[in-house]
Design a protein around this ligand. Structure first.
Ligand SMILES: C[S@@+](CC[C@H](N)C(=O)[O-])C[C@H]1O[C@@H](n2cnc3c(N)ncnc32)[C@H](O)[C@@H]1O
Length: 312
């Protein structure tokens, strides 16, 4: 099959000058007066909630160097370094605009910065880190698009070779479904981080396999097609991520995996106000709209925590 490629690299390098157009869950929880906090039992920032959750699963005492790829405005790492000042961070980002924002946010803390596309960073460079963090950014990585009628994508010559590699090594069946877009960049990154032997890896993104648990179905509904879905944003297109493939790659490479949705570590508070916002067919004000979007996101976003097998 002939494949085309969706790449966001040019957009991130040259055009991005705000993250306001694609508000991440992390950023939406940042303002102290964010309506998202009304939906939580503990109104902390995203980074604090995530750190406290990871702290129960991984042993932060063993972690001295942490790598964050695609750290956006730097809020998550600000929280990690504040809660654990013994750690030193490396921030790698493809966007000069966002890397500068990270420098401002992390100015008083222990962090280095590098402008780079993670897909081009050599594997050996990654092997010294104890923990790698990729929050809400795997959907930005290159995606293979099966044959198209329009000319909005560039043809991609090496697709067959790459798909054969993943199918053979990880027992996948990429390319069998002629309608399936493939998160090739996300798969290459997971493979690279695992081969680099990083002890702990945390990944998250909107998932094409997420399902809403039964008790939440009266409040939140969305369809997940099981194959990466396109999301059109300002200046670029992203895709939801097929986490089962990433999980399989990590498992073959001897990692123990734990998978779930953001609601696992963002403890929700069903106040009357929150329930009213969720039950309406359409929101009556901005606050209700934010709460509804937040609920949608905390079930649509999945995380994957990878722990190197021989460490436990
Ligand atoms: C949607 S933002 C997420 C930001 C942040 N992690 C958060 O949760 O708010 C995507 C981030 O990934 C970065 N990024 C996208 N493609 C990248 C690549 N190939 N290499 C490194 N960083 C990349 C972007 O510049 C941006 O910082």
């Amino acid at each position: 099959m002939k494949y085309f490629i969706n790449s966001t690299a040019d957009y991130h390098r040259n055009d991005l000058n705000s993250l306001g157009w694609e508000l991440t869950v992390c950023n939406s929880m940042e303002p102290l007066n964010s309506p998202c906090h009304q939906a939580l039992t503990i109104p902390d920032s995203f980074g604090k909630h995530l750190y406290n959750f990871l702290n129960k699963i991984i042993s932060f005492d063993e972690i001295s160097s942490v790598l964050e790829i695609g750290g956006g405005l730097g809020y998550l790492m600000r929280d990690f370094l504040t809660l654990n000042p013994q750690m030193k961070a490396k921030m790698i980002d493809i966007s000069p605009y966002l890397l500068n924002k990270q420098k401002e946010t992390l100015r008083p803390l222990k962090a280095d910065f590098e402008l780079a596309d993670i897909l081009t960073v050599p594997l050996k460079y990654l092997s010294g880190f104890d923990l790698a963090i990729l929050n809400e950014n795997l959907g930005d990585m290159p995606v293979l698009i099966p044959e198209q009628d329009n000319d909005s994508y560039q043809p991609f010559a090496d697709a067959t070779e790459k798909l054969e590699h993943f199918n053979k090594k990880y027992n996948l069946s990429l390319g069998l479904n002629k309608d399936e877009c493939i998160n090739i960049g996300a798969m290459e990154i997971v493979e690279k981080l695992c081969l680099a032997g990083i002890k702990y890896i945390y990944l998250s993104e909107h998932s094409c396999e997420a399902t809403v648990p039964g008790n939440i179905k009266p409040y939140v509904s969305f369809q997940s097609s099981g194959i990466p879905e396109m999301i059109s944003l300002k200046g670029h297109k992203e895709f939801t991520v097929k986490f089962s493939y990433l999980q399989k790659i990590a498992e073959v490479l001897n990692y123990i995996t734990r998978r779930g949705y953001f609601a696992d570590f963002l403890p929700i508070n069903f106040t009357n106000k929150v329930q009213t916002a969720l039950r309406l067919t359409s929101p009556l004000n901005d606050e209700q709209e934010v709460i509804r979007q937040f609920f949608h996101d905390i079930y649509k976003y999945e995380y994957l925590i990878l722990t190197k097998g021989d460490e436990k």
